[in-house]
Design a protein around this ligand. Sequence first.
Ligand code: NAP
Length: 508
Amino acid sequence: MPLRLPKVCLAVQADTADELVDITESMAQDNPFVEFRLDYLKQPLTAVVKIRRFLETHQYITAIATCRRADHGGKYKGSFASQLEILTKASAAGCQIVDVELESALKAKPEALARLRRTVGLIVSFHDFRATRHLEQTLEKMLKIPADFYKIVTTATTLSDNVTMMKFLQTQSDKHALIGLCMGEQGIISRVLGVRAGSAFTFGAVSAQQKTASGQVSARELRSVYRIDQVDAATRVYGVAGDPIEHSLSPVIINTALRRENVNGVYLALHAKTLKDLIQCVREIPLHGFSVTMPYKQAILEYLDNTDAHTSKIGACNTVVRGQDGKLYGFNTDIAGVVRPLEQRLTIENAKVLVLGAGGAARAAVFGLKERGAEVWILNRTAATAQKLARQAKAHTIKRADLRKTAFDVIINATPVGMGSMRECPLKDDDIQAKVVFDMVYDPVETHLLQIARAKGISVIPGVEMFVHQAARQFEIWTGKPAPAQDMLRVVTIALQERAKAREPESA
Ligand code: NAP
């Protein structure tokens, strides 16, 4: 077993031995450390010969053999004796490490485990599929079994569970060789930062579709998006907090910017079920800054020590900085998201702008444009909300029937109409008359509104540009560096195209 293991172990699962080895072979170049999940195979023993041949020809690979029993969260249904037999044979085939669950290890004769350990490294593992609790007591139990690594995997039901796991790793990893992480969508912090806290390594999935544990991130993403190989004690931690958060594109866009500008920082998706949980994490991890998304843009305000003028006017915050004094400062970068793309196309001062909608994003647009001297009209489904905003921002309201009486320079859609696979448009064809049409909706990239505008020869601004510019401003606030907006636009466009492709029905 090598003295220094890579930070990421690729967890490989397959139905057949051929597939298991084929997947490993295809990814071997970037993944010199793999775990063969033999329990996923219908006949685990059939893999042994193939694994031997593979390891003989790939001597640089370090392999863990795991055949976890079904009652301990794995898939293996055979007898306890045959589980040990499979692991013994896998070790003889060249696997340098075997993983035995605590429950099986406690049943095994100590001589049997000692014999196994003469030829391989032994991981004793424990999985808690419900919660993150009793970590010290569990380790104490595990330490009764002589092993090379003790692996404790729990389930995060709150963001703070990651803090519990990382504190445990920080205090115990000096004394014992530990692997620790939290499963579940809320456990991503521990998957990326656990190694920094003292976990010997972490696990990465073959792909987003082939995970061996819930919340697992692909090995490729751990390296390329989260740059896990560079995460160290000095790495600043940022994140995006919301509920749900799984599909947020913010990690890909901000991590790209951090990498591009050589900032030692990492940005994580924080699935916050409550703001109290989030704030505790912000203080304990600690987070240097975070983005706020649905449904917390308004509710976060009461947790902040101070806000900029835009945030208080708009009544919503999408960016938080944690000062050196530990205080939380709120900003709203949606204004930059609206204004910057427009400035690239026309002079905002004295421009006549129609804003559709009167929610949080519309408020950012209206206040931002008024501040730059535009004349703004608001049209909203609920007229009273539009009137209130118009009063606050010294803008006008307009009725749908009167749209054709005013010639607008810009039309901005700040409603969700047209989002997802909807083929809806917030305006009738004839009402789409302007020099520029800006749709805040960014998925799909080309909405029905933009298609119609483009066909009429109108200059269009897709919502993805707003997404990039509000994120670019966040990056600038957190790092003090100019953001690489072009690179950010490129990665987010690719991610959206991939998403659209995944949605397409498969052709015959
Ligand atoms: P919000 O606060 O919930 O406001 C939604 C607004 O849209 C309200 O004025 C609402 O009218 C109106 N609306 C909702 N459904 C409608 C429908 N079926 N027909 C007509 N009007 C409808 O949401 P928000 O945060 O402002 O976001 C609005 C849109 O902007 C979303 O699609 C969001 O994804 C997008 N956005 C994009 C970016 C970006 O970076 N590109 C940033 C922020 C937001 P009522 O007052 O009548 O309910």
